[in-house]
Design a protein around this ligand. Structure first.
Ligand code: GLC
Length: 459
């Protein structure tokens, strides 16, 4: 232990007196020539059980307001006399996964708390501790489905931090101006979007587009495409029993429909849009509809938003009159690394961050869906986010990506799916051929030729 580290640790304990005493003793010890030993002993004695720790946390609330996570984590640090350090991680879900796995595969302790996507528990469970011994039974307040998703081999490997469902935001001022009702099917949406787009362009806004969404080849496209499939009764790519179902006429129709939007109601650039790009186009007033996550609501109400007061929220359209409206289920969880040197403290911070005390005000400020059931009956929350009450049912029936049945290989399954979808959207392949090939590739990837139980990654 060197002198600087020891002094820093002592200051972290916020014992000013301790620091002064330490300097005094250090001078004395230096004269005696036994600096390390004496300083170490003094520090131990002064900090004792309340030794401060730094918890490294990756929780910048992807696509949400990063400052909220930082400031609530700092509140915890002040209350508990510890320190937190927020580690930056890539925004795109799949890039973030690669970054996290890189650290965990090398048994790194650089991050104590990981913010993990709803689709990763089966992929990453073995890297995280069981939170039950630390949770003080608070888990009962969360939606049971979310807890079930985070429970792998009877271990609760993460607590739900916020939930996401794909929803549609629209310009209610423009629909009113041109006399349109809310579209129920994708066909109706395409008509409303095109007519409104053309009328707005004729009126001078040449940048106006009918519909923007996330079309880049990444996890966000998997979410959009799962929604199209669901709305056309085209299945979930691989069903719960492990059968690859993607090559079917409804799925083909769904992808063909989406491809027909490119260059018509959606710019070609949508093939490179993620969450931020699509949100940017909508919030600067250049799109009639945007498919996104709930967080866009708060952003569009902010003082600097060009669309403030002009935005409505609806469930996603159905494929046909008989089809379903299916938003993809997303969301983020907080998990504690098994390589953390401060597991109990990190678990305590996870309890705090996921508590109603933090989630309630966060939902009001940033329109992020809470994971605690009781918060949905809070009048302040519903007043700030009316759609949370209006669309509650569609949140309950959100479509799940096939992450449970594919376990440790979900990332590869999703990459095959978004690549095939991107090829169809960009006109490189017909939907029929792309889905035949995708079906074969998914079958080849299945362990032993059949998707059955999760194949967990073993560190
Ligand atoms: C949102 C969702 C997450 C999803 C990601 C895709 O962050 O919460 O589940 O994987 O978007 O871009």
């Amino acid at each position: 232990m060197d002198l600087m580290t020891t002094m820093h640790a002592t200051q972290s304990c916020q014992h000013k007196l301790a620091s002064q005493l330490l300097s005094l003793f250090s001078m004395l010890a230096a004269k005696l020539g036994k600096v390390s030993l004496i300083v170490g002993l003094i520090t131990l004695a002064l900090c004792g059980a309340s030794h401060a720790a730094t918890i490294n946390l990756s929780c910048d609330s992807v696509h949400s307001h990063p400052e909220i996570c930082r400031s609530v984590a700092e509140d915890w640090a002040r209350k508990t006399n510890n320190e937190v350090h927020v580690v930056n991680a890539p925004n795109d879900s799949n890039e973030r996964l690669a970054f996290y796995l890189g650290l965990l595969r090398s048994a790194s302790d650089k991050i104590d708390i990981f913010e993990i996507d709803v689709i990763w528990p089966g992929l990453m469970a073995n890297y995280f501790i069981d939170l039950r011994p630390y949770s003080k039974s608070v888990e009962k307040q969360f939606f049971p489905d979310m807890l079930a998703n985070n429970t792998v081999n009877n271990r609760l490997i993460a607590l739900p931090w916020y939930s996401d469902t794909g929803i549609m935001f629209y310009r209610k001022d423009l629909l009113k101006k041109y006399g349109f009702g809310l579209p129920k099917t994708w066909k109706e949406l395409a008509v409303t979007a095109k007519k409104t787009q053309d009328a707005e362009r004729a009126a001078g806004n040449l940048k106006m587009w009918g519909y923007v969404w996330q079309g880049r080849a990444y996890e966000g496209l998997t979410c959009n495409a799962m929604e199209w499939l669901g709305s056309y009764c085209g299945g979930t790519l691989i069903d719960e029993n492990g059968k690859v179902t993607i090559n079917n006429p409804h799925a083909i129709e769904a992808l063909k429909t989406a491809a027909s939007w490119i260059g018509s109601i959606s710019p070609k650039a949508v093939l490179n849009y993620g969450e931020e790009e699509s949100r940017g186009v909508f919030q600067s007033g250049n799109a009639v509809f945007v498919r996104h996550w709930p967080v866009v609501w708060a952003g569009s109400q902010r003082a600097d938003s060009m669309v403030r007061g002009k935005v409505g929220v609806m469930a996603l359209p159905t494929g046909s009159a008989a089809g379903r409206s299916t938003g993809a289920l997303g969301g983020w969880q907080l998990a504690v690394s098994k390589y953390s040197k401060n597991q109990a403290l990190a678990a305590d911070l996870v309890n705090y961050l996921t508590s109603a005390e933090v989630q309630g005000p966060r939902a009001i400020r940033s329109s992020v869906n809470p994971t605690i059931m009781s918060l949905y009956s809070d009048p302040a929350l519903v007043k700030a986010n009316p759609f949370m009450a209006e669309l509650y049912d569609s949140f309950a029936t959100a479509v799940r990506r096939p992450s449970t049945v594919t376990g440790g290989k979900y990332d590869q399954v999703s990459a095959l799916f978004w690549s095939a979808t991107h090829e169809v959207l960009s006109g490189k392949k017909s939907a029929d051929i792309a889905l035949v090939e995708l079906e074969a590739a998914l079958n080849r990837l299945a362990p032993g030729g059949k998707w059955t139980a999760p194949a967990l990654e073993n560190p």
